[in-house]
Design a protein around this ligand. Structure first.
Ligand SMILES: Cc1cc2nc3c(=O)[nH]c(=O)nc-3n(C[C@H](O)[C@H](O)[C@H](O)COP(=O)(O)O)c2cc1C
Length: 238
């Protein structure tokens, strides 16, 4: 019996197909910031989570734990968190960026302007920007949120593993016709989230992912971000 990869042309064809599928998923995925109210069937959420379990991690520790909300649980979380942020100071488990300088400042500003332009918020409209930012805490109206935590003992690499998990989740969602928004903003209230869901103290909140079906008519869903050229990120060492 010949191994599939023994046939060079077949191997080339399946490689091309795999690359095309992955490219399409990466090209088409985007951060959704307005969801429809319609819930995702439980079976489809479980398919997504089962797929995300294939994520690699250091020593195969699989440090991610995920709280997935639906129905009344999403509504309780939405109401409690959006009220909490109005009166309490942020407290994140992981330090937020110290600053965005140089190219990072430029890229951050570019995607920020795309977001604000899409919903007609002008540069002078500071209150409009605050209101848009606060929409993070109502999960952009999503019917589901996945809160991703890592084990404190595993430190930064546990968080890295969770980042990989988040990417598998996002691409998996895209492959299943779902939209999603990874949100570090949710982690800015980590102790509150731990208490709300009864998450043990040894867990660190990495981020939340709001997900569901995209509202195709929402202007905020109309823009797409770009990526830097290879020359800007790769140093060839030969
Ligand atoms: C780790 C991480 C945290 C993010 N946090 C937020 C967030 O709190 N709020 C938000 O609106 N978008 C958030 N995003 C989405 C990014 O802004 C978005 O991925 C980036 O601008 C690229 O755009 P795209 O996802 O549409 O390709 C986050 C993305 C990542 C990967």
């Amino acid at each position: 019996m010949s191994h599939p990869s023994a046939d060079a042309s077949m191997s080339e064809a399946s490689t091309t197909e795999a690359f095309a599928i992955l490219s399409r998923l990466l090209d088409d995925r985007w951060t959704c910031r307005k969801f429809l109210a319609e819930e995702v069937p439980q079976e489809r959420i479980e398919r997504l989570l089962t797929l995300a379990q294939r994520t690699p991690s250091w020593c195969n520790t699989q440090p991610w734990q995920v709280v997935v909300t639906s129905g009344r649980s999403t509504e309780r979380f939405r109401a409690a968190l959006s009220e909490h942020v109005l009166s309490q100071q942020p407290a994140a488990d992981f330090a937020f960026p110290a600053q965005y300088a140089g190219v990072y400042r430029d890229r951050r500003r570019a995607c920020g302007f795309q977001l604000y332009d899409s919903v007609g918020i002008t540069k002078e409209d500071a209150e409009g920007r605050v209101q848009q930012m606060l929409r993070n805490f109502t999960f952009f109206d999503a019917p589901h949120v996945a809160v991703v935590t890592t084990e404190a003992d595993l430190g930064v690499y546990g968080a890295v593993d969770c980042g990989l998990y988040v990417n598998t989740f996002l691409l998996g969602a895209q492959s299943l016709g779902l939209a999603a928004a990874p949100q570090a903003a949710l982690a800015s209230y980590s102790p509150f989230i731990r208490e709300h869901f009864g998450i043990p103290d040894n867990r660190r909140v990495v981020l939340g992912i709001s997900f569901g079906y995209a509202d195709p008519t929402a202007p905020v869903n109309s823009f797409r971000t770009s990526r830097a050229d290879l020359d800007d990120v790769v140093t060839w060492s030969r």
